[in-house]
Design a protein around this ligand. Structure first.
Ligand code: 26Q
Length: 802
């Protein structure tokens, strides 16, 4: 039905009529979207079955990626692309008078993640399937993904997200594979055959029902599975609990995604979610393994389980529980299997993001799991004692349970065979600072896997115009192997190519300008430099530095009518965690600044500030291709990797950034001459923290540009803001500017001035921009996933034939 336009069109019309009982002319866009969705789903199913069949019969090693977040975005476009039927659909629909892009807008983003960590998981799934690797996702089917953001009066307002409102064509409910997960209750001990045994009694059980989403590989038959668990009541409430209370409490488990990014919330429901995900996933993994192997003795040879940060770390004691209590293994064998099965990625060194659960919350909710964690802790501490006898301080610092807290990162390191960071500098910081005691004890566990992004979504799909130009210029090999993008560097000074490259960027800027006008009513100059910062709002990411720079430019333009700059449009997109007071103030500040700047006739020709509300995957796909400058300006050492930085690069934007996260490797790939680096290094930041010596007030008093902009936060410059921005002012001057905004301010102004001048030399700029695309191949998640597959999971490609 997808072999040519004609057969597609007739299949489409027939499907629409049978699904909706109406003719094409009476159908709505949503009906048409659903029709196509169902056709694609049917088309996928034979590949999906063949993949599962192959894995079952050949009994190859499988990898399961456990993650509390999967930020998938929309699936129609990426499925069409990966199946190789995008063009036939687009053309066939065109002839029916349907625009595929408009159809796609009827799909809600699957927004089951906060930001980087969740989107990384989604990119990894795409790469796993595209590389024919047997790797599957396990997550939670949140009824509400990350909140929808509205800006009202310049403030962020959060609305519940409703992605399932109109159904979801990509999911398949598999009630027959539901499992039960138990909370609370008591543990009863007894001896059988001279062995202590434990039974969990009076547990409150809930049901985990899987919803499967197919993960389609690019131009291959492989279709892996993302299994999302839905929490539902069991038919009869356990322990004679009140039916309504039980139902409400049960459904709450998969109701909401916690909207905190790199911040530990510590709510009991969050711990419930984590165990729910882990227990359901493990039961399922073990059942499949048993069917294929009979015994669990070879589990680590046939299964790899990866935990995405510490959120699913209970996989370690849960696997121990199954091996000890159900399989009746002895501790040492169970532990050996567990450690060899599990691997762990750390995504942050921020101390506020490190999960620590009070034992008084943990123990009653998960009594058997707590016992096992205690035993793991005791054995680990004994081991430490043998090596570091009498070094009480060290043992206390490394213990898994200490001072009434369970330290999830410690459990993750002790219970897995591999611990990795997500960019070179981040892994070094883990080894030398945050986790240095563990690195000393287990040097062989630590390794780096620099993040990547799927070039299929972020270049092929998001930027078909650039992709087409690339294919016309260097052929199509880069699609299979993005390292081949390097061939583009031969053309970086080719005038004819530069011109076409420029036209593509210009076209995408015009598209974005249209979207901006639709959403904000503001018309922007598409020949201005598009300077973009899109990411979660967080103090360490320093959106404030960007804002203060814009205020500085505005001030200069106002003071001196002979002062001119390269016209710029500053574009922001960011959600703030609802409870993060400071972050919300920054959103208000950006909007107040936009209000002021955009309506000032004196500066209007040079400056525009845009805040795009509700930043999400589908909006990101419109933004990256249109960007000229990519803002990656975190305080050095704070951003573990960043992945937006890679998406910008791949679409030809130039990075202005600190030597932080993957920016360091972007500079290595593209060369120092094609990136704008400024500011403190991680080492300098660390020296300040250790030795003191930073006084933000010095920078404020000694640089009039800083003083003026900072004063404007509180001196009535923003007419309606009152004392709105006092907290920001105080963070800079009273709290001594924890993130070194003022320290890096002057170097940032300097580098931005350099950027403005560079942009005015079109050939020079295009040369740099083309070089960025040419060197971006390293950042494909295919490279990252190959490294995980070989270095950590020990899994191999499986060719699925149909
Ligand atoms: C923890 C406990 C309780 C509630 C929430 C959380 C929580 C939730 C989400 C903690 C952290 C996160 C998300 C972290 C995250 O997205 N980190 C980013 O991961 C990216 C992928 O590796 C990196 O590129 C980013 O640098 C890193 O900030």
């Amino acid at each position: 039905m997808f072999s040519n336009k004609e057969s597609f069109k007739s299949a489409f019309l027939e499907k629409l009529e049978t699904m909706y009982g109406k003719s094409f002319k009476d159908s709505a866009l949503r009906d048409q979207y659903n029709t196509l969705g169902h056709m694609v789903r049917e088309y996928i199913s034979s590949r999906w079955i063949a993949t599962n069949e192959k894995n079952r019969t050949e009994n190859n090693k499988q990898m399961y990626y456990l993650s509390i977040e999967f930020l998938l975005g929309r699936l129609l476009g990426s499925n069409l692309l990966n199946l190789g039927i995008l063009d036939v659909c687009r053309e066939g629909l065109d002839e029916l008078g349907i625009n595929l892009d408009e159809l796609e807008e009827n799909e809600a983003d699957a927004g089951l993640g906060n930001g980087g960590l969740g989107r990384l998981a989604a990119c990894f799934l795409d790469s796993l399937a595209s590389l024919d690797l047997p790797g599957h996702g396990c997550g939670i089917r949140y009824k509400h993904g990350l909140f929808d953001q509205k800006i009202v009066d310049g403030y962020q307002v959060e609305l519940p997200e409703q992605w399932l409102r109109h159904g979801n064509v990509w999911e398949l409910r598999r009630h027959d594979q539901a499992v039960e997960v138990g909370f609370w209750g008591q543990i009863e001990a007894s001896t059988a055959n001279g062995r202590l045994e434990f039974r969990h009694t009076k547990a409150e059980t809930i049901m985990a029902v899987p919803y499967d989403i197919p993960v389609v590989g690019y131009e291959t038959n492989t279709v892996n599975t993302l299994r999302l668990w839905n929490a539902e009541p069991v038919p009869f409430p356990p322990n004679n609990k009140n039916v309504l209370v039980y139902k409400r409490e049960t459904e709450a488990v998969s109701e909401f995604l916690y909207p905190d990014d790199t911040h530990d919330e510590g709510k009991i429901l969050r711990l419930k979610q984590q165990y729910f995900l882990v227990s359901a996933s493990l039961q399922n993994i073990i059942r499949l393994h048993r069917e294929r192997n009979g015994s669990l003795r070879n589990l680590h040879e046939k299964v790899a389980i990866h935990i995405n940060d510490t959120h699913p770390v209970l996989a370690i004691p849960e696997l121990m529980r199954i091996l000890l209590d159900e399989e009746k293994m002895d501790w040492d064998e169970a532990w050996n299997i567990t450690v060899h099965t599990i691997s762990y990625t750390n995504h942050t060194t921020l101390s506020e993001a490190l999960e620590k659960w009070p034992t008084h919350i943990f123990q009653p909710l998960l009594p058997r799991i707590f016992m096992i964690v205690e035993e793991i802790n005791e054995r680990f501490c004994r081991e430490l004692w043998n090596k570091y006898t009498y070094d009480w301080k060290r043992i206390e610092d490394m213990a898994i349970i200490a001072h009434g807290l369970v330290k999830m990162a410690h459990l993750a390191i002790v219970g897995s065979h591999s611990v990795n960071g997500v960019a070179h500098i981040h892994t070094e910081i883990l080894k030398q600072r945050e986790m240095h005691l563990f690195h000393e004890f287990y040097p062989e566990k630590f390794n780096n896997k620099t993040n990547g992004i799927t070039h299929r979504r972020w270049l092929l799909k998001a930027n078909p115009q650039l992709s087409k130009l690339l294919c016309e210029t260097i052929g199509t090999e880069w699609i299979e192997n993005p390292a081949k993008l390097q061939a583009l560097s031969h053309y970086k000074q080719d005038a004819a190519f530069q011109e076409k490259f420029y036209e593509v960027k210009q076209f995408r800027k015009e598209l974005l300008a249209k979207r901006i006008e639709e959403q904000t009513g503001i018309r922007i100059d598409t020949h201005s430099l598009f300077d973009v910062q899109v990411k979660r709002l967080h103090a360490y990411k320093r959106q404030l530095l960007n804002v203060l720079h814009i205020m500085y430019l505005y001030n200069r333009l106002k003071e001196d009518s002979s002062f001119t700059i390269q016209p710029r449009t500053f574009i922001f997109g960011a959600k703030a965690s609802p409870g993060y007071y400071y972050a919300k103030k920054i959103i208000k500040l950006i909007n107040e600044l936009a209000e002021k700047v955009n309506h000032d006739p004196q500066t209007n020709a040079f400056l525009k500030v845009i805040f795009l509300e509700n930043y999400r995957v589908s909006l990101a796909e419109e933004i990256f291709p249109a960007a000229d400058v990519s803002e990656q300006i975190s305080t050095a050492s704070k951003e573990a990797s960043g992945t937006g930085n890679m998406k910008f690069m791949m679409n030809g934007a130039l990075t202005v950034g600190t030597l932080d996260g993957a920016n360091v490797e972007i500079r290595e790939e593209v060369g120092a001459e094609n990136i704008f680096i400024f500011g403190l290094t991680a080492e300098e930041v660390s020296n300040y923290y250790q030795n003191g010596g930073y006084r933000s007030a010095d920078y404020y008093h000694h640089d009039w540009r800083i003083k003026k902009a900072v004063d404007q936060l509180v001196n009535g410059f923003f007419p309606d803001a009152g004392d709105e921005f006092e907290a920001i002012y105080d963070s800079l001057l009273i709290q001594n500017d924890e993130y070194f905004v003022l320290r890096d301010f002057a170097p940032y102004i300097d580098v931005q001035e350099k950027i403005g001048r560079a942009y005015q030399n079109r050939n020079y700029w295009l040369d740099m921009s083309i070089s960025n695309v040419a060197q971006s191949g390293f950042f494909t998640s295919d490279r990252t996933i190959s490294q995980y597959a070989k270095g950590i999971w020990n899994i191999n490609p499986v060719q699925v034939v149909r």
